[in-house]
Design a protein around this ligand. Structure first.
Ligand code: BG6
Length: 467
């Protein structure tokens, strides 16, 4: 008998900038990524999402493939500037129509939509007007945008999440400078992150005030950190890393408060986050209904007296990056016994069971969706077939890891592998493939089912029994 509950949802995920294209189609405004990806040297070989995989024009064909795969749910994000070209104010009805048609098409095929409101594509107009996430004004703007989405789609969509992976768009936007707005300014970053938490709380409040029939959650990176040795220094470094990567991001949305020790450290070092009257209550009163977990890898941690900064492997050449370090706090180091992808991500399925266990221990038995999980690889084509056996192996092992967490009592309700279709990897171009469906960039973006497509079809049909 399957360990997965009868009503477990099997799906897959994507995000607007990575699949849609149509960057200026039918009245869409520009996003921060529309500009950033065109700056020299920002992305792998200058790749961008201007056309992406043209899902904007081909969504019916894509939904037909989702239905053939047997998907019961589809996680996608809305492009804020497609609905509100200036970020606030005038609504682009053509943008509303696109998502409305997509939702109808999904429902027609019995596929439950899960909407992410923010998967990193900020209206550039708001960046220009007040510095985007740096300003408190963003909280009102995001709430208006969220309300618009609830109003137009809330009659048909039950599963919502506010943000995708704050650690990434704030961390890379404000600490390492690898994402827009390309800053290395922790003080601004910590305050911007606070605004994300406030915006989340306001959008959760509005969701409830508007009595939307559904649940609203928050999606975070799930990255277990383990010390590289048993030394007290490495264990302490690991505690700090886990605190920053996990507790800082999860506590405000699941407990309504920051982790006290880290908050004191941040305020002492940088004088932020600054709380305005009402912030604390807003966070406390608006805890999310569920948490979405994106799991790819774990990280081993060591104490750090020397390394500052890092270099990302964006080429898929093993060993071409350099490990991340914050001097005096911690550094991420390679596990000598670990198995790594070509992008130097450790493949460690057990980490998924462990990390779910840690979430349940800290936050109680909240509803969980695994909102991303997958293998980025260059898939070989053999005799015209896309042979992605390593992806099948990766997903199988991770599904088993989820099954183990369920057996231990975790309330995991759904699984969304990343990704439904090959798409643009933000910094790594189109060569880092994740999908069940291949897109032929040399042949008019034609779709082709991969080997993993038939495999996942069977997994879904047997509710995870046949792996
Ligand atoms: C997550 C994001 O960080 O990981 C996705 O939510 C992203 O948007 C995915 O594509 C995989 O990361 P990458 O860098 O391999 O594309």
């Amino acid at each position: 008998m399957s360990v997965f509950p009868k009503d477990f949802l099997w799906g897959a995920a994507t995000a607007s900038y990575q699949v849609e294209g149509g960057f200026d189609a039918d009245g869409k405004g520009l996003s921060n990524w529309d500009l950033f990806s065109h700056l020299p040297g920002t992305t792998y070989q200058g790749t961008n999402g201007d056309v992406a995989v043209d899902h904007y024009h081909r969504f019916r064909e894509d939904v037909a493939l989702m239905a053939e795969l047997g998907m019961q749910t589809y996680r996608f994000s809305i492009s804020w500037p497609r609905l509100l070209p200036q970020g606030r104010g005038e609504v682009n009805e053509a943008g509303i129509q696109f998502y409305s048609d997509l939702i109808d098409e999904l429902l027609k095929h019995n596929i439950k939509p899960m909407i992410t409101l923010y998967h990193w594509d900020l209206p550039q107009a708001l960046q220009d007007a007040f510095g985007g996430w740096e300003s408190r004004e963003i909280v009102d703007a995001f709430d208006e945008y969220a309300r618009l989405c609830y109003q137009r789609f809330g009659d048909r969509v039950e599963l919502w999440s506010t943000f995708n992976e704050t650690i990434v768009f704030i961390g890379m936007g404000y600490f390492t400078g690898a994402h827009p707005p390309k800053l290395t300014d922790p003080k601004k970053g910590i305050q911007a992150c606070h605004h994300v938490f406030l915006a989340n709380a306001r959008a959760v409040k509005s969701f409830r005030e508007m009595k939307i029939n559904g649940q609203i959650g928050f999606v975070n990176v799930l990255q277990p950190n383990d010390p590289i040795s048993d030394s007290p220094e490495d264990r302490r470094a690991c505690e700090i890393a886990e605190g920053i990567f996990t507790h800082w991001l999860y506590d405000p949305v699941l407990k309504g408060e920051y982790p006290a020790e880290l908050l004191a450290m941040a305020q002492q070092a940088f004088g932020v986050p600054h709380f305005a009257p009402g912030d604390e209550t807003l966070l406390k009163d608006n805890i999310v209904d569920f948490v979405g977990l994106n799991y790819y890898k774990r990280e081993m941690v060591a104490h750090n007296d020397d390394v500052e900064g890092y270099a990302i492997n964006t080429s898929g050449q093993k060993g071409s990056g350099r490990e991340l370090g914050f001097k005096g706090l911690f550094k991420l180091v390679r596990n000598p016994k670990g198995v790594y992808t070509d992008w130097d991500w450790e493949v460690y399925p057990q980490g998924l069971t462990d990390a779910i266990g840690r979430i349940v221990k800290r936050y109680g038995n909240i509803p969980i969706y695994i909102t991303e999980n997958g293998l980025g690889a260059k898939d070989p084509i053999v005799g015209g077939e896309v042979r992605d056996q390593p992806r099948i192996d990766y997903l199988r092992d991770h599904i088993q890891a989820i099954g183990a967490a369920i057996e231990q009592g975790a309330d995991v309700r759904g699984y969304y592998p990343w990704s439904f279709i090959d798409l643009l990897s933000w910094l790594n171009g189109y060569q880092k493939q994740y999908g069940f469906v291949y897109v032929d960039h040399d042949n008019n973006l034609a779709r082709k089912k991969k080997q993993s497509f038939g495999w996942y079809q069977r997994v879904i049909a047997t509710n995870g029994e046949q792996l």
